[in-house]
Write a protein that binds this ligand. Structure first.
Ligand SMILES: Cc1cc2nc3c(=O)[nH]c(=O)nc-3n(C[C@H](O)[C@H](O)[C@H](O)COP(=O)(O)OP(=O)(O)OC[C@H]3O[C@@H](n4cnc5c(N)ncnc54)[C@H](O)[C@@H]3O)c2cc1C
Length: 321
């Protein structure tokens, strides 16, 4: 049995692993079978992760985090968790290959998936003009024309933020009114760089290497229009990856896992959550990494408070059962 099993191989999971491994907890990290490395594997240049003054490619940053976690003794399994039994002193983690691993603590760091438009070329041009994160990528669009898709608070926040860089920001919204709060709407309406394209949906994204334009269709009269631009920010929400813990961990109304204050403690003792799966607001690599640190330290404190006999059970051979 393990002291700690970490689920997820994004910045939160790898950082939790670095801390847990350096605390001699010999963590097992379940990295996923096809999506190891998390969301940053889908991007190119990361310019806002501290320590890399020249920027770093997303996959290279994740390779460095993995190497650092392994260097201190983290064991990584490239499979998916398919079932969790979290109640009680011993947690059971079931993998797709049929193995079941046991641990005294679990750190749940499965991240969050940005909703996609679901149109052709969206994935191909991700990181080449299509983005889900204004904070991450706004800087690349200085003096450019761009569009934001969405009508909620985050779309308004992204559009307003992006006017710091772009010369022109279209907001493409499929309805004729916004879901965003009144205050956010008013800020966006007052911004001379923002133009609303009401009752429109993005149907095409154009560009070979980089985005060069979008095709939009009016939802009322069906008319089509092409807009030349360099960037498309998709701000239609994100879904925390929580299906494994439904009915076990308490969730917030927005779908994120509920934790106790600034800690990573969930409603089940010994189960901690970190990264974008608990964060509806900031969703950055560095905040996820910080959150992974909190989870590893919380797990360490939890283990330190366990009776010696319980703790001793985790020193046995850490093989799958
Ligand atoms: C295109 C793009 C560009 C971005 N650019 C930047 C940027 O420049 N700077 C920045 O700070 N942030 C950026 N972000 C945001 C950043 O990537 C996230 O905030 C960060 O990755 C969140 O880390 P995380 O560890 O919480 O989750 P994730 O990175 O989402 O990792 C979660 C991991 O858990 C795994 N997992 C999920 N379910 C299971 C399961 N059942 N079994 C096993 N594993 C599972 C997933 O496969 C994944 O590997 C970007 C995001 C995207 C999509």
């Amino acid at each position: 049995m393990r002291h700690v099993i970490i689920i997820g191989s994004g910045p939160a999971g790898y950082t939790a692993a670095i801390y847990a491994a350096r605390a001699s907890l010999k963590p097992l990290l379940i990295a996923s079978s096809v999506e190891a490395g998390g969301e940053l594997m889908k991007t190119t240049e990361v310019e806002n992760y501290p320590g890399f003054a020249e920027g770093i490619q997303g996959p290279e940053l994740m390779a460095q985090m993995l190497a650092q976690a392994e260097k201190f003794g983290t064991e990584v399994v490239y499979d998916d968790v398919v079932k969790l039994e979290l109640e009680g002193d011993v947690k059971r983690v079931h993998l797709g290959n049929g193995d079941v691993h046991e641990a005294l603590t679990v750190i749940f760091a499965t991240g969050s998936a940005y909703r996609k438009l679901g149109i052709e070329d969206e994935t191909r041009l991700s990181g080449h003009g299509v983005s889900w994160c204004a904070t991450c990528d706004g800087f690349f669009f200085r003096q450019k024309t761009i569009a934001v898709v969405g009508g909620g608070d985050s779309a308004m926040e992204e559009a307003t933020f992006l006017t710091k860089f772009a010369d022109k920001v279209y907001v493409v919204h499929r309805k004729d009114e916004l879901r965003a709060s009144k205050a956010m709407q008013e800020r966006a309406f007052a911004d001379p760089k923002i133009e609303f394209l009401w009752n429109n949906e993005v149907k095409h994204i154009y560009g070979d290497e980089l985005v060069t334009g979008i095709g939009i269709v009016n939802t009322v009269d069906g008319s089509e229009r092409t807009i030349d631009l360099s960037g498309l920010f998709v701000a239609i929400g994100a879904d925390p990856r929580t299906h494994l813990v439904h009915g076990q961990l308490e969730l917030n109304p927005d779908g994120t896992v509920k934790v106790d204050g600034r800690s990573s403690r969930t409603n089940i003792p010994g189960v901690f959550a970190a990264g974008d799966v608990i964060d509806p607001t900031y969703r950055q690599a560095v905040t996820a990494a910080g959150s992974g640190t909190v989870a590893a330290l919380d797990a360490e404190h939890y283990l330190a408070a366990l009776p010696k006999e319980t703790l001793a059970r985790a020193t046995a051979e850490p093989a799958a059962v």
